[in-house]
Ligand binder design. Sequence first.
Ligand SMILES: C[S@@+](CC[C@H](N)C(=O)[O-])C[C@H]1O[C@@H](n2cnc3c(N)ncnc32)[C@H](O)[C@@H]1O
Length: 243
Amino acid sequence: MLRISFWQKFLDGVPEYLARHYWWAYLWRPAIWFFDHQPIINLILFGQYKRLMTQTLQCLENRPAGRMLQLTCVYGKLTPAVLEVPGNQPMYLIDVVTAQIQASCSKLAPARRAQLLPVRMNAESLAFQDNSFSTVLIFFLMHEMPTAARQRTLAETVRVLQPGGRLVITEYDEEPCNHWIYRRHWLRKQLLFWEPFLEDFWREDLSALLQQEAHRQGKALQQVERHPVFDGFYRVLVYEMDA
Ligand SMILES: C[S@@+](CC[C@H](N)C(=O)[O-])C[C@H]1O[C@@H](n2cnc3c(N)ncnc32)[C@H](O)[C@@H]1O
């Protein structure tokens, strides 16, 4: 008799890593309800949600005119906050999980719902034409992907970002060896237990990866801003594609 593991029940067209390692966070409906509360997501980010969101919004100020894409849903009030800023409407939002898209839509005021254009899509293979967006926003997605999926997603991001466009990435910083959280062995172990790809991500040179990918595609991209948050445990990065 064929036996399937518990997590395989969540596969349903989503990448294997997501079902295997994150079913309890993003695919199981009671979990989506539970985590999408501001105090819970703030706790997961060690109390830094507000600072991260404020910095992310600042990095989107004066963004180049044109279409904006948020690459995957996020818990908390980031998406409604981005949509409140004049000039950010309409905004495209993609996620590979239908329930996540539904949760994002349900957080919007009725007047804002028509301004969000949500599509179920895999970030590793975007169904948008080259140079479709002037702005791409990625909030804490990269560290949740295995290396190959991360590379494919970055390649797709570069492909859909138009010359003169802006990319904002909010993420864990590079390996924070001197941070008090990292130095507490048991706390680091806990974090890496729940975030199995984070250790790899800590050691990845995100800017080099993006620049190599841009070069491969005949484009050029520069890091123009870097904002450490929580003493360098997190960061908000801004890149611009050469015009
Ligand atoms: C942005 S990340 C993490 C966000 C962060 N933990 C938070 O909520 O603040 C989580 C989202 O990414 C989505 N996701 C993960 N891998 C994906 C992929 N390859 N394509 C599209 N969506 C993906 C998940 O379904 C989930 O909704």
